[in-house]
Write a protein that binds this ligand. Structure first.
Ligand code: SAM
Length: 499
């Protein structure tokens, strides 16, 4: 049996498979032989392994410079003390967005054809995401920032790469008078580690007090212009609330000035503002995304997203040396229908798999969700926990009530047994079967088909979305998101068509 330590190591998320460095980590010896300016920073361990001193800012900056040059053909530099990105880590976020954009969870709405347009919130002097996104994938960007030094150096880094400079617009965020300005915070000399390698893990374990409010410059609203639309936004936010919270990183030196690392309310407030802005901007972006540094903030932000009624939430965990970072993505675009025809076995039985559900949620949770969903609309439901089925009988009124999100009064629910047997009722059974933890087979079978019922049922915020277009039974869609839990929600859309 593998030791706990080994198991933990095995469970750690892996570097994204599309990441250039997933199979080929940077070869310091080769880089030193090719780039004389990098050579002085490379030393050899007793076993003969080439190393660099991660606590030396000049070494980490030179490594980033040569990696961007050698592997991406990019000219790049940042002044002393500015945040110095780690190329493999930053590439993971780009590739995760690439996955989101190419998945069919939500339909493509881009009017620019195949040209992908992103918005990098707080691009920093290093401008790393636009440089990587443009050079790796040909994406175009609007890249915003607030500080003069970030704007000046981001501009330089773009101009020094004429082959992609057309793709990147650096946009200054104008601060209104009554907002806090990052420049006013400090002398900009403090160096904090931005990278997970050395983030003091204790800062990530602290409880998050709720509702930290953001009083900084605009983030998306008033920065995005009228009529603009984007495929995504991304953000590596100022994570910390104070210098004390940031703490000094003993293991690495990736720079990072106070302005880059700190904002009142920390990442929770910053990302909350992005969420609030997204509620106004809605489908101006297909995907809103941000990095999150603390799990407790991730939970808080996910619950905030549920409150504002996004259609989809996705999360991922990024490899960041010794500590974790998370990616959070959401959208207001209605989920797409996914055709899973191979599972259609006969005309009135539809089945499909729900995958990626958190392991603690089993078949019974899904069945209870189904039951409570249909009961809410007044339908009659009978859950059989030993056969893992729910039998549902719903009238047109019930379907309409569900469609309109009306919650029937309890006495109406109690009276719903009256619906049984009526010829205009829709009767069907949902069976949920756990294949392996996290993977459930859902089967819907029409029991009774006397009526030309047509219903389009959607429930928001909780547990299960269900779309039915009955007679002929053509479509069933379930969106599961794990209800009543502070844990990370997995929301997946599955749709089944019978053609
Ligand atoms: C942690 S740094 C990220 C820099 C770069 N994107 C990276 O990943 O290395 C956060 C950046 O957000 C900028 N920033 C802070 N408030 C902002 C706002 N309201 N709008 C745009 N940028 C902001 C800071 O100046 C800083 O450059």
């Amino acid at each position: 049996m593998p030791s706990k330590k080994r198991r933990r190591k095995e469970e750690r998320p892996k570097i994204h498979p599309k990441n250039k460095y997933s199979d080929n980590p940077p070869d310091f010896a080769l880089l030193a032989s090719l780039y004389p300016s990098f050579k002085p920073f490379v030393f050899y361990s007793r076993e003969g392994r080439p190393r660099i001193e991660w606590t030396d800012f000049n070494a980490t900056r030179e490594l980033t410079r040569v990696l961007l040059l050698h592997d991406h053909g990019l000219q790049w530099w940042v002044p002393d003390g500015q945040l110095c990105p780690t190329v493999p880590n930053r590439s993971n976020y780009i590739h995760w967005i690439e996955d989101l954009l190419s998945s069919d969870i939500i339909p493509k709405t881009n009017s620019n054809g195949d040209n992908v347009r992103g918005f990098d919130i707080g691009t920093g002097a290093n401008c790393i995401y636009p440089l990587l996104g443009a050079s790796l994938l040909g994406w175009s960007f609007v890249a915003s920032d607030v500080t003069d030094v970030a704007l000046e150096w981001a501009e330089r880094n773009v101009k020094n790469n004429p082959h992609i400079s057309e793709l990147i617009e650096i946009r200054k965020v104008k601060c209104s008078h009554n907002t806090f300005t990052p420049e006013g915070l400090s002398n900009g000399e403090s160096n904090y580690s931005e990278e997970g390698e050395g983030l003091p893990s204790s800062s990530f374990d602290m409880p998050a007090s709720e509702n930290k409010s953001y009083h900084g410059p605009p983030i998306l609203l008033d920065v995005v212009r009228d009529g603009e639309s984007f495929d995504f936004c991304m953000c590596n936010p100022p994570f910390f609330e104070s210098i004390e919270e940031a703490g000094l990183n003993p293991k690495t030196s990736c720079g990072g000035t106070h302005e880059e690392m700190v904002c009142p309310g920390g990442e929770q407030a910053f990302i909350s503002r992005i969420i609030e802005d997204s509620v106004v901007l809605r489908q101006s972006f297909r995907w809103y995304t941000s990095m999150v540094g603390r799990k407790v903030n991730l939970k808080y932000l996910i619950s905030k997203l549920r409150e504002v009624g996004v259609t989809i939430v996705k999360t991922t965990e990024f490899v960041q040396g010794q500590t974790c970072r998370w990616g959070l993505a959401w959208s207001f675009v209605p989920p797409a229908r996914k055709i899973i025809s191979p599972h259609v076995t006969e005309k009135n039985i539809l089945s499909f798999m729900l995958e990626g559900i958190q392991r603690q949620f089993g078949a019974i949770d899904v069945l209870q969700s189904v039951e409570s969903f249909f009961r809410t609309g007044g339908a009659s439901c009978k859950l059989n926990a030993s056969s893992f089925t729910v039998d549902i009988t719903a009238s047109t009124d019930h379907c309409n009530a569900l469609l309109n999100n009306e919650v029937k009064h309890l006495d109406e629910v109690a009276g719903c047994s009256n619906v049984q047997g009526a010829s205009s009722n829709l009767c069907f059974r949902v069976l949920v079967f756990q294949q392996i933890p996290g993977t459930l087979l859902v089967k819907g079978s029409l029991q009774h088909r006397d009526s030309p019922l047509s219903a389009y049922l959607i429930i928001h915020n909780y547990s299960i979305k269900c779309e039915l277009d009955i007679w002929p039974l053509t479509c069933m869609m379930l969106v599961i998101d794990c209800p009543n839990t502070e844990e990370m929600k997995v929301i997946k859309t599955y749709c089944l068509y019978q053609n």
